[in-house]
Design a protein around this ligand. Structure first.
Ligand SMILES: [Zn+2]
Length: 461
């Protein structure tokens, strides 16, 4: 079987890549309704490729938002069923001027595919479709498979919960497999075992009822931009702890052993700084860089605006200032609770000279996925079989809120078999995905299916 898999990939790899490039040419940006036709084009393309690969009952399932592409292959109802999740929507590509090639005209440079969505998540979801094709062609599909590929992940998966609750029976499965995360390095495979949650807000600070002349009024009225900056600055103390009362109440504290285990993952501070062109690192006192971005909660301003930002100078005191502020949460914080605490605190620190509105945007719960499940072991063995090394379980700093939703709505754990790298620049200009990673994913997934079927059988005996 091993050589058959690699032979099939060798023989078909240029077609696999061409098909992915065609998908990457579709600017399926979910954040901007102007791209709705492109969203539908991407969904159609995926549906067509699922059909060609041999999936049954392929359909674009309508939701109040973007459609979810569904497809399945039920080999035998007695076999275990794997539900694959991915998303065909992408982040906006701007700032465009920072791209070295246009974001929706994919190019391959140094064996990397450059395009918006190359890694997140089109490249990774497409591995599943091609691995499925391979198993169908070789008659080796050892589990039933269901595909659920949505188009709103980058805007909060607003209608996925609706779809899932409407289709509980149809989505029955034994495990969910998601490739929307990364691994440590191409020679250090890893599997993500935890994800942070999210609480996202937009805040609006209003001072005077209209923009004012900064000479005539400056010094006498509150400048909302100054005030907003001060309020934001006060959200961290001198140790970079977050100052919202009760923020850390439910934060899971890892034991010394768990922290020592985490510290074993290979990591070079110098390389990290160099890769980001940083003079020094920054973060919460008492925690390592790897801890700061995975097991600790954070608060970041994601955007800030107000006043005059055009060319030249305009001496104005703006009436309003705005910011987008998000918090990454860790087990066992609750997104709802943190949202409430943030709203209350942010309003409480505003001086009486301004009015503050906090609008919660979207949230998601943090999760830890079990590393002792059959599915996790099957995935771990699959990585070992194709990389020649046992993958390291790691906590990721990112958020995939739906993982917690799948657990609560479908009762299913997820296995996060991601093949991206942190350096792939997802959500940034020049996003890319290694050809190696794309093909390695296609190679590894069939092993997972075989292992999962075998190990489920062993477990049942
Ligand atoms: Zn993604």
């Amino acid at each position: 079987m091993p050589s058959e898999i690699t032979n099939y990939i060798q023989e078909n790899k240029s077609r696999f890549i061409d098909e992915l490039l065609n998908l990457l040419r579709i600017p399926s940006i979910s954040a901007d309704v102007a791209y709705k036709p492109e969203i539908l084009r991407a969904a159609d393309y995926i549906a067509q490729k699922l059909r060609e690969a041999g999936a049954d009952n392929v359909a674009l399932c309508e939701t109040p938002g973007n459609p979810i592409v569904y497809g399945e292959k039920i080999v035998d109802p007695n076999l275990p069923t794997v539900l694959m999740y991915g998303h065909y929507d992408v982040q906006p590509a701007d700032p465009l001027e920072l791209w070295t090639s246009p974001p929706f005209e994919p190019v391959i440079k140094d064996d990397k595919i450059y395009a918006r969505g190359a890694c997140d998540d089109k490249g990774q979801l497409y591995m599943h479709i091609k691995a499925f094709e391979l198993m169908m062609q070789q008659n080796t599909l050892a589990c039933n498979i269901k595909f659920m590929i949505e188009g709103e992940e980058e805007v909060g998966s607003n209608h996925l919960g609706y779809f899932v609750t409407q289709n509980r029976d149809k989505l029955q499965a034994d495990v969910i497999v998601i490739s929307d995360t990364g691994m440590i390095a191409n020679d250090i495979p890893s599997i993500t075992t935890g994800l942070r949650g999210l609480s996202y807000h937009e805040v609006e600070v209003t001072g005077p009822s209209r923009d004012l002349h900064s000479g005539l009024y400056g010094g006498a009225v509150a400048n909302p931009i100054n005030i907003l900056c001060k309020m934001i600055a006060s959200l961290h103390d001198e140790n970079n702890h977050i100052t919202i009362p009760g923020f850390y109440d439910n934060v899971e504290e890892l034991s010394a052993e768990e922290r020592a285990e985490m510290a074993k993952a290979p990591f070079s501070l110098d390389e990290y700084k160099q890769a980001l062109n940083l003079g020094d690192l920054h973060g919460e006192a008492g925690y390592s860089t790897n801890e700061r971005n995975s097991i600790r909660p954070t608060l970041d301003v994601n955007g800030i605006w107000g006043g005059y930002t055009g060319e030249g100078a305009k001496t104005v005191i703006a009436s309003k200032a705005f910011a987008k502020i998000s918090m990454r949460l860790v087990p066992h914080q609750s997104s709802e609770e943190i949202t409430e605490k943030f709203q209350k605190h942010f309003a409480s620190i505003a001086p009486p000279s301004v009015k503050v509105v906090v609008r919660p945007h979207h949230g998601g719960e943090p999760v830890v996925t079990p590393s002792n499940s059959v599915a996790f072991q099957a995935a771990s063995r699959a990585f070992e079989q194709t990389f020649g090394k046992k993958p390291i379980p790691v906590r990721s700093g990112g958020s995939i809120p739906i993982v917690a939703m799948f657990k609560s709505e479908l009762g299913l754990d997820s296995v996060l078999m991601g093949f991206g790298l942190d350096s792939d620049a997802i959500h940034s200009p020049n996003e890319h995905y290694g050809v190696f990673n794309f093909l390695k994913g296609i190679e590894t997934l069939p092993y997972f299916f075989r292992n999962f079927a075998e190990m489920s059988r062993e477990g049942a005996e």
